[in-house]
Each structure stands twice: as C-alpha cells, then as structure tokens.
Design a protein around this ligand. Structure first.
Ligand code: NAP
Length: 485
C-alpha cells in the first residue's frame, strides 16, 4: 500500500537547541525524511539556533553528519541531502541574552507559517517565549512546540502554562508527547472508532483488565542527573502511559477534531481514582556483570530513593470502566524493549467444551515498539484428530508487513508531529488542562511514598522488574503478559 504524501504549506521552522541531542537524532533526520518524501515545499526553511559559535555552513556540516549517521547513508546518495541542507540556516542565540534575536527576526518571512521548536531544557521555555514575543515574531501564524518535561508537579506546570499563555494563545502551543505520533497509537483510535467489532465490547462487561507496559533495556545513561530528580513516575507515567490510558479508555469523541478528542481524554484523567499505597511497586535496577552500573551508581547517589521502575493499579471511575482495573508498568534495564497495551477480555461465560479444554480468553495486543502492530489472540481448535482441544493463536497485523510501501518504514513519530504543527492540527498534542490534570493525579501519589519514606525495591538488570510487581497481579488472580521484544 503506497502512502499518500500531501505537501504542507511553506514554513519557517526555528529549532532552538538545534545542535542538541534531540535535534540531531530525531528532529532533523525526521525533517530530512519528510523532505525525501516530497512533503516539504521548495520554500520551506529550517533555522537552527543555539549558543555555539557556528556559521550556517558549519551547521549544515553538523546536520549532514547527523542525518548520515541516523539514516545509515541510505537516503543520501543522489544529492537529496544537499537539497535538504540548502534549506538550513543557523543563528547564534542565547535564550537568556539579547544577541542574535534581531538576526533571527530578520530571517522570518511574513505571511508564512512559523514554528518555534523548543528543543532545550525546560528552564528556558519562558525566556524563549518572551523573546519571540518581544522581537515581534509571535504573529498569528506563529506556533511553539514544547518538549517534555512539562513541569515537575502541578504547581510548576501551572506556572509554565501561565508563562506561555502570556505570549501565545493555547491554539498556538503544541506540547509534544512523541508517543501520540506513533502509527499504532493513532491506529488505536482507528480500530476503536472505525470498526463496529470492538466498541460494543470495550467496557467492564467484557474487558477483564488492561495492561500498559513500557519497558526499556537501557539505563539512565547520560541523563542520570535529570532522571534522579524525576523518576519513572514523572518521566514516563505522568505523560506517555497516561496518554495511552486516555486513548484506550476515552469515550468516542463526536468528531476527530483537536478539542473534541482532548475533551474526552481530559474526562478520563479526571475520572482516575487515587492510587492506594499497596497498589504501587517501585524499583531500582542493580548492576549487571560488573559491566553496567546499577541505578544508584549511575546517578552518583548511593542513597537515592528515585524509582527506575514503577508498576501500579488504578481505576477509571465511570460507567464504562467501573470494576475494570488498569495496570501500568514501566522501567529501565528490563529484559526487552517493548511498549505494548494488552486489552484482556473476560473468559467466555460458559465453556461447552468442558474443563479439560482449559480457560481461554481473547487478548488484543497493541504494540507500539518495536515492530508496531496489532495482534488479536483468538481461541481455535487445535488441528488434528483426538478430540476437541483448544489452542490460542494470534491474528497478527504487523504494520511494516501490512502497510509499508514497498518495505519502507512508516514515518517516525517526530516527523508526523512536526508536519502536524505546520498544518496547525493539535489533535495529537496535549492541551494545558490535560497536563495539569495529569499532575493533579500524580502529585499525591508521589507525596504519599515520600511521606512514608519508602525505598524502591532492587531488581536485577535484564529481569521483568521487582518480584512485588508480580504479587500485585497475583493478589488479583492475574498475571502480567511477558515482556517480549
Ligand atoms: P541537549 O543535547 O543538552 O541539547 C540542548 C540544546 O540547547 C543544545 O543545542 C544547546 O546548545 C542548547 N542550549 C542550551 N542552553 C541554551 C541557551 N541558553 N540558549 C540557547 N540554546 C541553548 O538536550 P536534548 O537531549 O537535545 O534535549 C532538549 C529538550 O528535549 C529537553 O527539554 C529534553 O528534556 C527534551 N527531550 C529530549 C529527548 C532526547 O531523546 N534527547 C527526548 C525527549 C525530550 P548550546 O550549548 O550550543 O547553546
């Protein structure tokens, strides 16, 4: 199936932090792929901005290197990279200073969409918003893209929202959560609201429980200093897992329109029950083989109480989901890299095949990474003679196989989201009130374990996390699905 590429309007895109890790690994290689796909019009221009003393020529060389590294040289052969680089400029700017801003303003073309990507630490968001405004660049066609973390708690998120709101309307603020740009996440909405098959079953009458797992094999790496101030709850649950939960649990919006979708997501967050202390398990990974340091060593604090793993059980208190638990878990240095949502349906109410046929239930697995796709586990007769034995088999749709145009990878989440910014479509971006509601749910949970002085449980690197997370399920006569790559 060949994907349809609809070119966007011409634009000026400024990447603050254009020399940083995110810009070099994700944003710029993603833009290059959109360029190769023919989505970027001739007049589009990208401006990198940071404090480093670089000329535009130096910057193009830096970007060329990053793009080659990420794309493995594949797409750079026939001169396309040169065409892309010709669209790049660089301006030396300090977010907190005054130099460079007039140069940047002079580059902006009137009557053209202009997007400002804040790919810098969150401490600079307010400075950037203020200076963009001050230097006359906050036109009606301007929009800003804000990276996570969006606040550290409810108070700081409110403050940040207020700072940005002083210079931009909510309709101009794009709070990015790259999980929402993933093909499968959007497909989740297509599956739920584009088919008759699932929606009638999508409630507590038919769904036993839901598991959301985001497992990583990497440790904190070079982010140790930041990560130790955040932990898995703030770094992953408050944003990525919460967004996935919303899309699974929300009511059908009246239309696929930014505010209609986000209104429904907000209702889910507001319906989340507080989490009981005994429904939370926190962990910290241990060193492995003398080769990989343990969490405390990695963050350079032998007494750190920050969690690199969390599992919890919560409920969405509304008519649809009353009585259906949602189990969330995420952690670092686990056995495999895997992000998956499992919708676990109830057993059939009565087995006509007798006890020896065993218990069987349908499972809808939505895989976000790696290997994006959807699998429906169905029960069939085991082939062959010898009576009626039942077996569970997967009905599998791997997107790379089913949809990839001639084996090409689908667009990366960042590519899709940046193009949505240019188009002015906020459906896949978090609204300010959503972020605040997510913090309002998260803050008391964190305050709870802090006041109880809880220490995270150690777990082996390469495992599925602390044993207590299995007990959390076992107490409810359930079990986690395996973490598979
Ligand atoms: P990074 O590698 O440290 O890059 C930071 C960038 O900001 C550099 O280009 C730096 O360049 C520039 N910068 C720093 N201070 C500045 C100032 N005062 N004025 C102007 N530019 C300044 O950070 P990153 O990993 O790219 O992360 C950027 C943002 O994305 C952060 O908010 C991070 O939390 C978020 N994020 C990153 C990732 C990721 O995978 N890296 C994933 C999700 C979210 P100069 O030093 O030359 O100024």
């Amino acid at each position: 199936m060949v994907s349809r590429v609809i070119p966007v309007d011409p634009f000026d895109l400024v990447i603050f932090g254009g020399t940083g890790d995110l810009a070099r690994r994700k944003i710029l290689p993603g833009l290059f792929r959109r360029y190769c796909a023919g989505q970027m019009p001739e007049e589009a221009r990208i401006v990198g901005a940071a404090r480093s003393a670089l000329s535009s020529e130096d910057y193009r060389a830096l970007v060329a290197e990053s793009v080659r590294e990420v794309s493995g040289g594949r797409a750079c052969e026939d001169g396309t990279l040169d065409g892309f680089l010709a669209r790049l400029d660089y301006v030396r700017i300090d977010a907190r200073g005054s130099d460079g801003w007039e140069d940047l303003a002079a580059l902006m073309r009137p009557e053209m969409v202009r997007a400002f990507y804040f790919s810098v630490g969150p401490g600079l968001f307010g400075d950037l918003a203020e200076r963009i405004h001050l230097h006359g660049m906050a036109s009606e066609l301007a929009r800003i893209v804000v990276e996570k973390p969006f606040g550290h708690d409810l108070a700081s998120a409110r403050e940040l929202n207020a700072t940005l709101a002083a210079h931009f309307d909510e309709g101009q603020i794009y709070r990015i959560d790259h999980y929402l740009g993933k093909e499968t996440v959007q497909n989740l909405m297509a599956i739920r609201f584009g088919n008759m098959l699932f929606e009638p079953l999508w409630n507590s009458q038919y769904v036993d429980h839901i598991q959301i797992t985001v497992a990583e094999t990497v440790g904190v790496g070079g982010r140790g200093e930041y990560y130790d101030t955040a932990g898995a709850m703030r770094d992953m649950v408050q944003n990525h897992l919460m967004q996935l939960l919303c899309l699974i649990a929300m009511e059908p919006p009246a239309k696929f329109d930014p505010d209609a979708v986000r209104d429904e997501k907000l209702k889910v967050i507001r319906a989340l029950d507080p989490v009981e202390p005994h429904h939370i398990v926190r962990g910290q990974y241990l060193a492995q083989d003398g080769e990989h340091p343990g969490y405390r060593e990695a963050v350079n604090d032998p007494r750190s109480r920050t969690e690199s793993y969390i599992a919890l059980k919560t409920h969405v208190s509304n008519w649809r989901w009353a009585g259906t638990p949602f189990y969330l878990r995420t952690g670092k240095r686990l056995v495999a890299r895997s992000s998956v949502i499992n919708v676990m349906f109830k057993d059939a109410p009565h087995s006509i095949f007798g006890q020896e046929a065993g218990r069987h239930a349908n499972v809808l697995s939505i895989r976000l990474q790696p290997n994006e796709g959807i699998t429906l586990q169905v029960t069939i007769k085991e082939p062959g003679p010898g009576g009626m034995r039942l077996v569970d088999v997967p009905l599998d749709m791997t997107f790379a196989e089913a949809l990839g145009p001639d084996g090409e990878d689908p667009p990366d989440a960042y590519e899709r989201l940046i193009m949505d910014v240019i188009r002015g479509n906020q459906t896949l971006f978090m609204r300010g009130d959503e972020v605040e509601a997510a913090w309002a749910w998260t803050d008391p949970i964190i305050a709870g374990w802090q006041s109880r002085g809880e220490v995270p449980k150690p777990y082996d690197s390469g495992s599925t996390g602390p044993g207590d997370a299995d007990l959390l399920m076992k107490r409810d006569h359930r079990a986690w699905r395996g973490i598979k790559p």
